[in-house]
Design a protein around this ligand. Structure first.
Ligand SMILES: Cc1cc2nc3c(=O)[nH]c(=O)nc-3n(C[C@H](O)[C@H](O)[C@H](O)COP(=O)(O)OP(=O)(O)OC[C@H]3O[C@@H](n4cnc5c(N)ncnc54)[C@H](O)[C@@H]3O)c2cc1C
Length: 358
């Protein structure tokens, strides 16, 4: 019986391509009829670029914007370093759409526009019930629903951060990504393919001003501007391109799935691990874990072995990412001064938090 894949983001698509290329023709279910905007900074590092090339995608041909430098701001301090690898920015709708096209070309069947409302084990494997009434059976289930939990299969993670995204006009960044600290969290600002910039924020639960920032683009911009001289400069002429920020609640940064779980259920992407956003490596990890799950299924491996191997591979990079995340939350000026004084160390940390190739 075929493998079912639930979720058509990078993790689900990568699993579908791996299985499809080997002739195993999986069935992928995605609730969105068309790939759309997602709460994501859209930074792609060297590992993401290499994985995407292996899946047959050419970032330059898709219109991605090259990123060469990173600049950090907290209070009156700023620091910058040249990234030790080529990086890119590409809209998620473009990326996710290109990946799903590759999955279909590889032989996967795509069922887009209907959500799974239930996923349950059956004697022969797994059963999905869809919002349009369809019932689908498979020998295994690859769970690739990203930040969204399937009822009964939620990740055992503590309450997490609030993620926000706002597209901006009037911001000039060239080939630079900026990390901007402010009271309650940090923001990533990077050029948007097609013009303008993406402002993406990770806010600690309960941070002051959070409720208003989540509804009001002007309040959100002001909150970030107040955090650093760098943000005030970069966002001086910024104009929100959307009426409201996009939001996703409860992002469990630092989560790594252990080896436990029901038989035949392979977690991938954000369902397997969630790296702090400041690393910009979630897409690469989603691609890598999806691909690994596909290959494990083809080799007859168990979900427990897949989860354990993934946890082993990403744990060192996740520790380093967690340390940077804690530093920016508790001592942002120290982090920025370290970047300014030791750019080589910042480059080393950027390289060692590329977990897609771990
Ligand atoms: C604030 C913020 C900024 C970030 N910035 C970056 C960045 O710059 N670079 C980077 O690499 N990573 C970044 N990330 C992380 C990145 O967005 C995720 O790690 C990545 O999207 C995970 O991919 P995925 O395939 O697991 O999930 P997703 O991309 O979320 O895909 C899951 C898919 O499953 C579908 N789905 C969910 N439930 C159902 C259902 N019941 N039925 C059918 N379909 C369903 C959804 O519609 C979705 O298409 C950021 C995250 C946050 C919160």
């Amino acid at each position: 019986m075929r493998t079912l894949i639930l979720g058509g983001g990078p993790a689900g698509a990568a699993a579908a391509i791996a299985l499809g290329r080997a002739g195993a023709a999986p069935l992928l279910v995605e609730r969105a009829a068309q790939p759309a905007e997602k709460v994501c900074g859209e930074f792609l590092g060297a590992d993401a670029a290499a994985l995407l090339a292996g899946l047959g995608l050419d970032l330059a041909a898709l219109g991605a914007v090259p990123i060469r430098r990173a600049i950090f701001g907290a209070g009156r301090h700023r620091g910058a370093f040249t990234l030790p690898f080529a990086a890119w920015s590409l809209p998620r709708a473009t990326l996710d759409s290109a990946l799903l096209q590759r999955a279909a070309a590889a032989g996967a069947e795509l069922r887009c526009g209907a959500a799974a409302v239930a996923a349950e084990p059956i004697p022969a494997g797994w059963r999905l019930r869809l919002s349009d009434g369809a019932v689908l059976d498979g020998a295994r289930l690859v769970l690739a629903t990203g930040k969204h939990e399937m009822r009964g299969l939620a990740r055992p993670a503590p309450p997490g951060a609030l993620g926000l995204k706002l597209a901006l006009d009037g911001v000039q960044l060239d080939d630079c990504i900026a990390l901007l600290a402010f009271g309650g969290g940090y923001a990533g600002l990077q050029p948007r393919a097609g013009g303008g910039a993406n402002l993406c924020l990770a806010l600690a639960p309960g941070a002051s001003g959070l409720a208003q920032a989540a509804r009001d683009p002007a309040a959100l911009l002001e909150m970030v501007r107040q955090g650093s001289a760098l943000a005030a400069t970069l966002l001086r002429a910024a104009r929100p391109a959307w009426m409201r920020p996009m939001a996703v609640a409860g992002v469990p940064y630092g989560y790594i799935h252990g080896a436990g779980g029901p038989a035949g259920l392979f977690r991938v992407g954000d369902q397997a691990s969630v790296v702090p956003s400041l690393c910009g490596d979630g897409i690469a990890m989603a691609l890598a874990s999806g691909q690994r799950a596909g290959l494990a299924i083809l080799a007859g491996g168990s979900e427990a072995a897949h989860h354990a191997a993934w946890a082993r591979a990403v744990r060192p990079g996740m520790r380093l990412a967690g340390l940077a995340d804690r530093l920016i939350a508790t001592a942002p000026a120290a982090l920025v001064l370290a970047v300014a004084g030791l750019p080589g160390l910042a480059g080393w940390a950027a390289r060692h938090t590329r977990m897609g190739l771990a």
